[in-house]
Ligand binder design. Structure first.
Ligand code: ADP
Ligand code: MG
Length: 713
């Protein structure tokens, strides 16, 4: 069972990692992921007891508590606004602390009044550090050491004890300032997701009768399937539905990132989240809010943070060993360094320069906090996911974004992915004179009534009186059923052959389906399916990013596949593939590196599951594919794919930069610390500085998309 639990009061990344590992240790918990950015716990558990234990743990962890639980699949449509934390009070304390600190400094250096400067320093220390001191005491009482609060408390008190009063106060003051700045940065990141949440309508207007005058305003969650709705100019479509008014002009910007006006004719599907840019429209709800596009999109984006990328997992592990090691090093420096110096210089068992080494040890404590990494890395992924969402690309986890950045092979399904999946009947070719075109067409149409394949839609408008029974569909092959007591087969060449029908393949540049009755071949039908307009630019976009390994995997005939491949510049193709052969091929491709598979979800669910990253088309693709894939192109726009790659690469590059930068800086500070040239307050300043630079760097992901729109494509 899986649950997503909204938390509050979780405002330190280090604690989030700690909470996560503690929950994961509970018996019966199979998976736990805590995202400190969205303040969410995603948990897979075996029994209620495990869940209860987890909730208990959360409620007793620092200041954290559970806001509301919600089962992943039972959507109540409720969404939680993450409270904006006001920093005014914290800033006020910091301001008081700064003023007191300056006064203290003045009295210490120039006026030389010991009593007064002690008082000022004490005030400054307490006003900045009280929350830290409190948290330390609370944590120690629970047997938890080694968190940031503890480190800062020890470092500052240590400094005070060796007479470095101003240093000690400065440690606390700078640390707290860094904390607030970090919290602001995280909040601004949360806000960018809140902007996305702008997709949702505040309210919807339900018509209680067919007259426009009887209206009722309800929340989108209260709309029932079948309700008549009125959407005024400038309002958003609240739930998915069909258009009842004559024509509508919709702006799909919110869903796809591109301002695009689309004309929708009467009777067509309306996607929630689009803005009505034309006159007032009437529509009928075909889905409840929780099943509508908007709700699904928001759910996916919100839950994306639970699937952590490798570098994210790496830093959590790194932090776990890094902090204790540096703390131990600090202890060793405080005890052994002066002792060894004593042995070498004075040849006795005496501490030499004890205070100087103690200071070095304290500096170590200050820089033992891996904040810069632990905050900036998830923040970068989070920003990357947000940027992608704004471009109409849903990424369901940081891990997929990461895989996409390194992907070298892109495999595509043909029908419905590279092509529109709107088949038109081109030619009906009966095998001989005994069969006429109309009968062949009507038999086929009757069979296709039973299929949801895009091919079947081509026969929608063919009138037929044939009755079918005992229907069996073989995904990626065709259908068999009974008409007038005889078995009829409609499908690919392979399908008929497999079933013992003797026939010759047709040389055609179209998609061909073959028909047989009672083992006798009746004829074939050629179907035309146009390429999507965006297919070629999408492949060119990928090429411009250095991705040349593009492969088409199709169950359709080779002629058609070659024709398309030539037209769009596809690197390789594999035609006539049976569904299990598609899977085999995908497994082979995977051996060359990271494989991305783009499909419409019809007949290719197993391939989707095999690929490192699966991409589905949001609109056309089946709902199941959208659920099962890792990336969704909301507007069915393949050109979003190179955009996604670009965003993914930028995200990964920034993550790498932050990791390398932070580690180098830490190493540099340690060296300076050991050399004794780094004052304690400067160590904190530098540490906070590195964290802020890393966080600021993570925000650069947001810039990419804007610049890049003109650059590529
Ligand atoms: P692609 O791999 O290009 O997406 P599919 O796997 O959906 O194509 O289908 C492969 C082939 O199987 C089609 O070209 C067609 O010959 C046959 N086929 C699949 N479903 C049907 C159907 N409902 N009716 C007729 N033929 C079908
Ligand atoms: Mg397909």
């Amino acid at each position: 069972m899986q649950k997503v639990i909204q938390l509050k009061g979780l405002d330190c990344a280090h604690c989030a990692a700690q909470l996560e590992s503690e929950i994961a240790k509970i018996d019966g918990v199979q998976f736990a992921s805590v995202s400190f950015i969205n303040q969410k716990l995603t948990i897979d558990y075996a029994d209620e007891q495990a869940l209860e234990k987890a909730v208990y743990l959360v409620n007793h962890f620092e200041e954290v508590s559970v806001v509301q639980e919600r089962t992943e699949n039972v959507k109540d449509g409720g969404r939680y606004a993450i409270d904006a934390v006001s920093h005014t009070k914290q800033w006020a304390f910091i301001a008081v602390s700064i003023v007191c600190f300056i006064c203290g400094l003045v009295f210490e250096k120039w006026i030389n009044n010991a009593v007064v400067f002690y008082i000022f320093y004490t005030l400054s220390y307490i006003s900045a550090g009280l929350p830290v001191l409190k948290a330390t005491v609370k944590n120690i009482s629970k047997g938890k050491v080694f968190d940031e609060n503890f480190l800062m408390t020890v470092a500052s008190i240590g400094a005070l004890c060796i007479g470095e009063i101003s240093e000690g106060v400065a440690v606390m003051l700078l640390y707290q300032m860094g904390e607030i700045l970090q919290s602001i940065a995280v909040q601004s990141s949360r806000n960018s997701v809140a902007e996305l949440m702008d997709l949702k309508s505040e309210f919807a207007t339900v018509l209680t009768s067919s007259s426009i005058n009887e209206q009722r305003q309800v929340k989108p969650e209260e709309i029932a399937v079948g309700d008549l709705l009125l959407v005024k100019t400038g309002e958003k479509i609240p739930v998915d539905g069909i258009l009842l008014s004559v024509n509508a002009t919709l702006d799909t910007k919110a869903l796809t990132g591109e301002p695009e006006y689309k004309q929708v004719p009467i009777g067509e599907k309306l996607l929630s989240g689009c803005i009505n840019a034309g006159a007032v429209i009437k529509m009928q709800a075909t889905k409840a809010y929780s099943d509508s596009a908007v709700s699904r999109i928001l759910d996916m984006v919100e839950n994306a943070a639970s699937k952590k990328a490798k570098p994210e997992k790496f830093i959590t592990k790194f932090a776990k060993i890094y902090t204790p090691i540096v703390c131990l090093a600090a202890l060793a420096i405080a005890v052994f360094a002066p002792l060894i110096e004593g042995l070498i210089v004075a040849h006795t068992l005496r501490f030499i320069h004890f205070t100087r080494w103690l200071k070095t040890a304290l500096t170590f404590l200050v820089i033992s906090c891996p904040c810069a990494l632990i905050i900036s890395v998830p923040l970068t992924y989070f920003s990357g996911i947000g940027v992608a969402a704004k471009q109409g690309i849903l990424v369901k986890g940081a891990t997929y974004l990461d895989a996409l950045a390194t992907a070298n092979t892109f495999a595509f399904d043909k029908t419905g992915t590279l092509t529109q999946g709107n088949f038109a009947i081109c030619q009906v070719l009966p095998v001989n004179e005994q069969m006429d075109e109309q009968t062949l067409l009507k038999i086929t149409a009757a069979v296709e009534r039973n299929s949801a394949h895009p091919i079947a839609r081509a026969f929608q408008h063919v009138k037929t009186a044939f009755k079918t029974g005992n229907v069996q569909e073989q995904a990626g092959l065709g259908l068999s059923c009974e008409i007038d007591g005889e078995t009829v087969l409609v499908g690919s060449f392979e399908y008929l052959k497999e079933n013992g029908v003797s026939l010759q393949p047709l040389q055609s540049i179209y998609t061909v389906i073959y028909v047989a009755k009672a083992g006798q071949y009746l004829g074939a039908i050629e179907l035309g399916d146009k390429l999507r307009e965006q297919t070629k630019p999408a492949l060119e976009g990928l090429k411009s990013l250095g991705i040349t390994q593009t492969v088409m995997l199709t169950g359709d005939n080779e002629n058609r596949a070659i024709q398309i491949a030539n037209e769009i510049g596809m690197y390789a193709l594999n035609a006539n593939l049976l569904p299990d052969e598609k899977l085999e091929k995908a497994e082979q491709l995977k051996q060359n590196g990271v494989l991305v598979y783009v499909g419409d979800g019809i007949n290719d669910a197993p391939v989707m599951a095999t690929a490192d990253v699966s991409v589905s088309m949001g609109k056309l693709g089946s709902a199941a594919a959208v659920e099962a894939s890792d990336l969704v192109l909301i507007a069915d726009d393949l050109t979003a794919l190179p955009k996604a790659v670009k965003i993914a690469r930028k995200t990964r590059a920034i993550v790498k930069q932050n990791i390398v930068f932070s580690i180098i800086m830490k190493a540099a500070f340690m060296t300076l610390g050991v050399a004794g040239v780094l004052p304690l307050s400067l160590a904190v300043f530098a540490d906070v500085g590195v964290m802020l630079i890393a966080v600021a760097n993570s925000f650069r992901v947001k810039k990419t998309a804007c610049v890049f729109k003109e650059n590529v494509l």
